[in-house]
Write a protein that binds this ligand. Structure first.
Ligand code: PEP
Length: 251
């Protein structure tokens, strides 16, 4: 009932030319993937060219961030409606790198999520604990605060346009993946929290992705967990072959 999502976060990698080449290589490799939503998130400058390149394929396009205002004197920012204009259907919001390096908070994430949904985008909302927080047994309280803050004020209808990505910070780009059981435990926690804060039907329908060093050789185990509905992939999404192998987890 929950269609899995495999999303690639290309971070600050690849020129326009390289981004287009990557999706052109990826498209035939994922052409026969059924029952899975495939999303790629290039840098802002490559979005509209990649949008042209994925037309007619199954690949959807995401931005890696957005601002919450529609327009105005906000030098350097990009509004959700401009992302839509560039061909995006999705936007990643609150990635831990934005929280760590660019002052993103649950309050700004919440504004961005609402603005993205209002513009007709689906928001991939990232949450996750640091190593210190996990080691001091604060994982669940940290995740709870992030979910409550990031999704405050959303309606049940809004959740048709929300995907959550659980990304333990200690697993991002480190080669250390959460074990299948560790990831499943947090996904269950998130789903039951959403059930309590919103409704059981919202919780049941919500896609919760895992992110953190997902690779072709660990994706099957993660995806076999009942509450893991996909993956947000960094490093392994930068090569068509490894990203396609991850997208083929059910093959
Ligand atoms: C990410 O960027 O969201 C991510 C999970 O990166 P990696 O797969 O490289 O750990």
């Amino acid at each position: 009932m929950r269609i899995p999502v495999i999303a690639g976060n290309w971070k600050l990698f690849k020129t326009i030319h390289e981004s287009v080449a990557l999706v052109q290589e990826l498209a035939p490799l994922v052409a026969n993937s059924t029952g899975v939503e495939i999303v790629v998130a290039p840098v802002f400058t490559a979005l509209s060219r990649v949008a042209d390149a994925v037309k007619g394929s199954e690949i959807k396009l995401a931005a890696q961030d957005c601002y919450w205002e529609e327009e105005g004197a906000f030098t350097g920012e990009v509004a959700p409606k401009l992302l839509k204009d560039a061909g995006c259907s999705h936007v990643i919001i609150g990635h831990s790198e934005r929280r760590q390096y660019f002052g993103e908070t649950d309050i700004t994430v919440n504004r961005k999520v609402k603005a993205a949904i209002a513009a007709g985008l689906s928001a991939i909302v990232c949450v996750g604990e640091s190593l210190m927080e996990r080691e001091s047994e604060q994982t669940f309280s940290v995740i709870e605060a992030q979910i409550q803050g990031s999704l405050a004020g959303l309606t049940e209808a809004d959740f048709a346009h929300v995907v959550i990505a659980y990304e333990p910070v200690w697993a991002i780009g480190t080669g250390k993946t959460a074990s299948d059981a560790q990831a499943q435990e947090v996904h269950v926690f998130i789903r039951s929290l959403i059930g309590r804060l919103f409704s059981q039907s919202v919780a049941d329908a919500l896609r919760i992705l895992y992110g953190g060093s997902v690779k072709p050789d660990n994706v099957k185990g993660l995806m076999s967990q009942p509450d893991i509905d996909g993956a947000l992939v960094g490093g392994a999404s930068l090569k068509a072959e490894s990203f396609a192998a991850i997208a083929a987890f059910n093959g």
